[in-house]
Design a binder for this molecule. Structure first.
Ligand SMILES: Nc1ncnc2c1ncn2[C@@H]1O[C@H](COP(=O)(O)OP(=O)(O)OP(=O)(O)O)[C@@H](O)[C@H]1O
Ligand SMILES: C[C@@H](N)C(=O)O
Ligand SMILES: [Mg+2]
Ligand SMILES: [Mg+2]
Length: 353
């Protein structure tokens, strides 16, 4: 049987470019493991930070280093993408953050009528935007922290309006609070804010990443995560817990080996495990998820409350990432996981037609 050509799309224009390269390296290895080697041919397609597509990007995949300038590889203009990539059987968009995990690339695949792995346009768009995501979660009754929406125009507004905005945040949420660009991941652009000076700087910084900003009340809680796999009948994994010495689970703590401890399965009461798994499935279905997602929670041990933090429709697959580890603990080896994701992508496409 002819091998299936898997277009491994990675890199991208978001602040999670480097993370995407590491995720793609792991997935490429997984597609060459055991029986996957007889089933799949990996075709690496790299999106540079400036948005240019680089075909057959074996060098970037091997080195793990971003490519900043055009080299002698073929660089495609956006309008030529559909004709140049016609020989791909299924796309595996290993992209994190805007222009990859937010429905834009999924929309391109839909227009091209090409099968792809993971969530569709709607789930990706809603899952990426923390404000839209939280509205969807509220709609299905998922408990979450108190938050406020801020627009860049309010941050860059006249000197009378901005102090009023900060007053409102202080009154409504208090300190500490978390200021986040609404559309990003890997903690890029996020700040834990403890006073007015921090708040002003954090809003300014978040506004440099996104037009939409979310400010959340800070909670002191255990951080737990649940992986979801499947289409219309998804399954929830065991629960993992992250602990660290840093002030919060920031970029460096996430991706520097040894900075965070991951406990899988987390030591939790059985009813809490069930509650988290149920909430994770509910969150996945609330956004019309497909294929995969990782859902992040806060567990407030003193009160027994579980608060949903967010859903990630294309979670990290790096060496320190929880998603593949959670499935391994549930008995799904890495090669089986990437194979299953491809099969789910094909299944979803077949069902639509
Ligand atoms: N409201 C909050 N209270 C306490 N801690 C928070 C809060 N919001 C975020 N954090 C801390 O910031 C981290 C990053 O937040 P969040 O998960 O929303 O960001 P992200 O960039 O989408 O991350 P990723 O996609 O990599 O999981 C959390 O894991 C947690 O440590
Ligand atoms: C990649 C990163 N946004 C994650 O959720 O793992
Ligand atoms: Mg996220
Ligand atoms: Mg998170």
């Amino acid at each position: 049987m002819a091998k299936m050509r898997v277009g491994l799309l990675f890199g991208g224009c978001s602040g999670e470019h480097e993370v995407s390269i590491f995720s793609a390296q792991a997935i490429a290895r997984g597609l060459e493991l055991k029986s996957n080697a007889e089933k799949y041919d990996v075709v690496p397609v790299y999106i540079r930070k400036d948005g240019a597509w680089v075909m057959d990007a074996y060098d970037v995949l091997k080195s793990g280093s971003p490519l900043l300038v055009a080299d002698d590889q073929e660089v495609l203009a956006t309008e030529r993408i559909p004709t140049q990539v016609a020989n791909i059987d299924i796309w595996f968009p290993v992209l994190h953050g805007p222009s990859g995990e937010d429905g834009t690339i999924q929309g391109l695949f839909e227009l091209m009528q090409m099968p792809y792995v993971g969530c569709g346009v709607l789930a990706s768009a809603v899952g990426m935007d923390k404000l839209a995501m939280k509205s969807a979660f509220a709609q299905v009754g998922l408990p979450q922290v108190k938050y406020m929406e801020v627009l860049r125009s309010q941050v860059y507004s006249n000197p009378c309006v901005f102090p009023k905005l900060c007053d409102d945040i202080e009154l409504t949420l208090g300190y500490p609070c978390f200021v986040k660009p609404a559309n990003l991941g890997s903690s890029v652009g996020i700040a834990k804010v403890k006073d007015r000076q921090d708040l002003e700087a954090a809003l300014d910084n978040a506004a440099s990443y996104d037009r939409r900003i979310i400010v959340e009340a800070g909670v002191v809680a255990r951080e737990v995560e649940c992986a979801i796999l499947g289409n219309d009948n998804p399954k929830a994994s065991v629960i993992g817990e992250i602990s660290f010495d840093a002030d919060f689970y920031d970029y460096e703590t996430k991706y520097t080996s040894g900075q965070a401890d991951l406990a899988i399965p987390a030591s939790l009461p059985a009813d809490i495990v069930t509650a988290i798994q149920e909430q994770a499935m509910k969150a996945f279905q609330a956004i019309d998820g497909a294929g995969l997602s990782r859902v992040d929670f806060f567990y407030l041990e003193d009160t027994g409350e579980v608060l949903i933090n967010e859903i990630n429709t294309f979670p990290g697959f790096t060496a320190t990432s929880m998603y593949p580890m959670l499935w391994k603990a549930a008995g799904v080896e890495f090669d089986q996981l990437v194979d299953r994701l491809i099969q789910l992508g094909l299944e979803r496409t077949a069902r639509k037609s």
